[in-house]
Design a binder for this molecule. Structure first.
Ligand code: KIV
Ligand code: ZN
Length: 502
């Protein structure tokens, strides 16, 4: 069997999604889970792009020792030097350089001739190779490039020491048969191609990123770039969980291939990435969406009960989806909580358990039945409250009704002191946000606001998702509580804190 190398770029291309910004500590938290998941390469950032990106790559390089850590660089001397500096502490390092090869990019972005691009590819692959033995070279916009020119660039990059060649469908323009023919051509026409590992990087602009990646595997690539939840620029990147589960499920097609992914960790990392970035996973998203394993039609339900294979091609537990059965209640003790969390894949130390247990008791007082999804939301809340906080919600009081003007009184802690403000608004949430703005003196533009319930039942935990823009950048966040107004204000403050820390 041949291994498909999983190159995860959630922390680089994924984080390029507008509003998905992560701090270096959050990136490290995700990197630890990616290591547990079993990915082979973590692209931790683009070190020259910002001091925070540099810090993230350095932090991940220092702590993650089982996986190759990769940093992105343009074919520019400073980029490559800075990438190397950020990666210095990595046990296994890779520098990933990229250079556009399509006529469109040459003409409008670079204003350079093909000969000049060939020279640049040669010069900077050679330079990168002086710093690091593991070099990945990506012809950017490869799928829209003239094939003969693309082959020449690839040949030069390999000659100068590139150990992986990554074919980028940068604008998600290709379709599966086209990708297959391109990969076949590269394998047949680039004379030194057997000296390198061939890789694919697909974007989802036409919804074909996963199909294109799988088609590339069948045609001969042995590494795929992907992200958790398909997070990424514009419509996103190829989703890790979909590629991995397609390989695992369709043994009739992909029987010669395997990945190192521990699929039971997929659901937890999907939730973690969604919580930290504030990007909600759509309910119908394949593999990790809330509805991915739910059957509504009576005929389907009946058949699934008789034999799940009738309408289920994947066992939900294979991707770590919790059973959502009633698990715990008001009288459950620490041990039961610890055991259930362990079953859900969360290894909790004693201090953390004590903290979660307290929150669990508060929740159990507000809500009779505690489901697995409630427990996951509790863990996520803990992750949220662990984050560095500038403004912290201390208390809030809201008066609202059908014939009165909603009023809010909000109290926020800032640098150890309490600040209070009152405001009216169009509704209770609007009144609260206005009161928050009076305290923080920021007036972010609210771009999106959604409320949903974590589980079923009138007493379910409510989850608020916020996307706002502040000083020209977009930030998203989410929070949950049995009180939807509190969840909304927590999420709002969280997004403001994110913006300030950024
Ligand atoms: O989409 C793209 O072309 C990229 C490259 C840096 C590989 O992300
Ligand atoms: Zn990309």
């Amino acid at each position: 069997m041949e291994k498909i190398v999983i190159f995860d770029t959630t922390l680089r291309d994924g984080e390029q999604a507008p509003g998905a910004s992560l701090t270096s500590e959050q990136k490290l938290e995700i990197a630890c889970q990616l290591e547990n998941l079993g990915v082979d390469v973590i692209e931790a950032g683009f070190p020259v792009s910002s001091p925070e990106d540099f810090k993230s790559v350095a932090l991940v390089s220092k702590h993650i020792k089982k996986v190759i850590i990769c940093g992105l660089a343009r074919c520019v001397k400073k980029d490559i030097e800075v990438a190397y500096q950020a990666l210095r502490k990595a046990k296994y390092m890779r520098i990933h350089i990229f250079l556009a090869t399509s006529k469109i990019h040459l003409r409008y972005k670079f204003k350079k001739a093909e000969e000049e691009i060939l020279e640049i590819a040669k010069k900077f692959t050679r330079l990168a190779r002086r710093y690091c033995a593991d070099i990945e070279f990506s012809p950017e916009d490869a799928t829209r490039s003239e094939r003969d020119f693309l082959f020449k660039v690839i040949e030069v990059a390999i000659r100068e020491g590139a150990t992986t060649i990554n074919i980028a469908d940068t604008v998600g323009y290709s379709y599966p048969q086209e990708i297959s023919s391109l990969i076949t051509d590269i394998l047949n026409k680039v004379p030194n191609i057997n000296k390198t590992l061939l890789s694919i990087h697909c974007h989802d602009d036409l919804g074909m990123a996963v199909g294109n990646s799988l088609s590339a595997i069948l045609a001969g690539v042995r590494q795929v770039h992907c992200t958790i939840n398909g997070l990424g620029e514009r419509a996103g990147n190829a989703s890790l969980e979909e590629i991995v589960m397609a390989i695992k499920t369709r043994r009739d097609v992909f029987g010669n291939f395997y990945t190192n992914i521990n699929t039971k960790n997929i659901y937890n990392i999907s939730r973690l990435v969604s919580t930290l970035t504030g990007f909600v996973v759509p309910p119908n998203k394949a593999i990790v969406g809330r509805n991915a394993f739910r059957h509504e039609a009576g005929i389907h339900q009946d058949a699934v009960l008789k034999k799940s294979i009738t309408y289920e091609i994947i066992n939900p537990s294979d991707v770590g989806i919790p059973s959502s059965q009633l698990v715990l209640g008001k009288h459950s003790g620490r041990h039961a909580l610890y055991k259930r969390l362990l079953d859900l894949g969360f290894k909790i130390n004693k201090d953390k358990l004590e903290d979660i247990f307290k929150k669990f008791k508060v929740l159990a007082d507000r809500k009779k039945e505690i489901f697995d999804d409630d427990l996951i939301a509790l863990i996520e809340e803990q992750t949220r409250t662990k984050k560095k906080v500038v403004f912290e919600l201390y208390s809030l009081k809201v008066t609202t009704g059908t014939k009165i003007n909603p009023q809010a009184e909000v109290s926020i802690k800032y640098r150890g002191k309490l600040f209070n403000a009152n405001s009216s608004g169009d509704g209770p949430v609007d009144a609260c946000f206005k009161a928050v703005d009076k305290i923080t003196h920021f007036k972010p533009k609210l771009l999106d606001f959604k409320l949903s319930s974590v589980t079923s039942g009138k007493d379910a935990l409510g989850e608020a998702n916020i996307v706002l823009s502040l000083k020209g950048r977009i930030f998203s966040s989410r929070a949950s509580s049995t009180d939807i107004i509190e969840a909304s204000v927590q999420a709002y403050l969280d997004a403001i804190n994110k913006a300030l820390l950024f």
